[in-house]
Design a protein around this ligand. Structure first.
Ligand code: NAP
Length: 249
């Protein structure tokens, strides 16, 4: 199936590396203009350059997604450049794992700010333009941790569960404007974030629990996101899609 993106403009946060970069490249490959957001300009700059080098449309934007004033400013500037943003993929995220008894308040707050509060800032900044255009796609990259919980990840799992509740609520608010809101919950995907678990005993233990017996590739997530973001995915809203090789069956 060929996916339709017409003249769509997409914002992908955390697009400098890993899953976000694969999402940005996939959407651009289908014809969307992609705004590649990440914390460091070298990272989002290289993602945008790679898309441009393949003949796609992209621009880089370095902004800390946890900084509400900076995100509001970025959203204003993007809307004045493009008139409206059609697709928002809230993907930027971090981990600060620890058992609760050892978790600092800073580890709690930093993860909630980066992974969950950022979703509020970006969506608030861009949704009005989608409402005016009576079309939109909001996709949150959650995690299986947010669905099942995970020892050592009370902060991360809480943020990821919040991202699911957020899209379910917004799906109800925004359906009259043809804006769909969904979440994707990846399992173990090979990126910098999971580097420490990709070898040795940790990897053996994890692979034993994954029925498909492999870690996920970033494109496994990007393909799901591309479908949800396309015209063809327009009858799906308020859902969470687990992409984990069967880990949580
Ligand atoms: P990653 O390789 O560590 O990349 C994270 C991206 O997020 C980077 O581009 C980084 O920017 C950006 N980022 C982090 N903090 C930011 C901030 N404060 N402001 C702006 N950008 C920021 O991570 P990943 O594995 O691709 O994960 C992407 C998303 O999927 C995350 O939300 C993660 O929780 C979720 N997820 C991942 C897995 C997995 O197995 N990998 C599983 C479930 C869910 P820079 O490049 O500029 O540093």
């Amino acid at each position: 199936m060929e996916l339709t993106f017409k003249e769509r403009v997409a914002v992908v946060t955390g697009a400098g590396r890993g899953i976000g970069r694969a999402i940005a490249e996939t959407l651009a490959g289908e014809g969307a203009h992609v705004v590649c957001v990440s914390k460091h300009s070298r990272s989002c700059g290289s993602a945008a350059e790679a898309i441009l080098a393949k003949g796609g449309k992209a621009q880089a934007l370095a902004v800390d997604v946890a900084d509400s004033a900076a995100v509001a400013e970025a959203c204003k500037s993007l809307i004045s450049q493009h008139r409206r943003i059609d697709i928002l993929v809230n993907n930027a995220g971090i981990t600060r794992d620890n058992l609760l008894i050892r978790m600092s308040e800073d580890d709690w707050k930093t993860v909630i700010d980066t992974n969950l509060n950022s979703v509020f800032y970006w969506t608030k900044g861009l949704v009005r333009s989608m409402m005016k255009g009576r079309w939109g796609r909001i996709i949150n990259i959650s995690s299986v941790s947010g669905l099942t919980g995970n020892s050592g990840q009370a902060n991360y799992a809480s943020a990821k569960a919040g991202m699911v509740a957020f899209v379910k609520s917004l799906a109800k608010e925004l359906s009259p404007r043809s804006i769909t809101c969904n979440a994707v919950a990846p399992g173990f995907i090979e990126t910098d974030m999971t580097r420490a678990f990709q070898q040795g005993d940790a990897a053996k233990r994890i692979l034993a629990a994954i029925p498909l017996k492999r870690f996920g590739h970033t494109r496994d997530i990007a393909n799901m996101v591309a479908f949800l973001a396309s015209e063809e995915g327009g009858y799906i809203t308020g859902q969470v899609f687990t992409v984990d090789g069967g880990l949580t069956i």
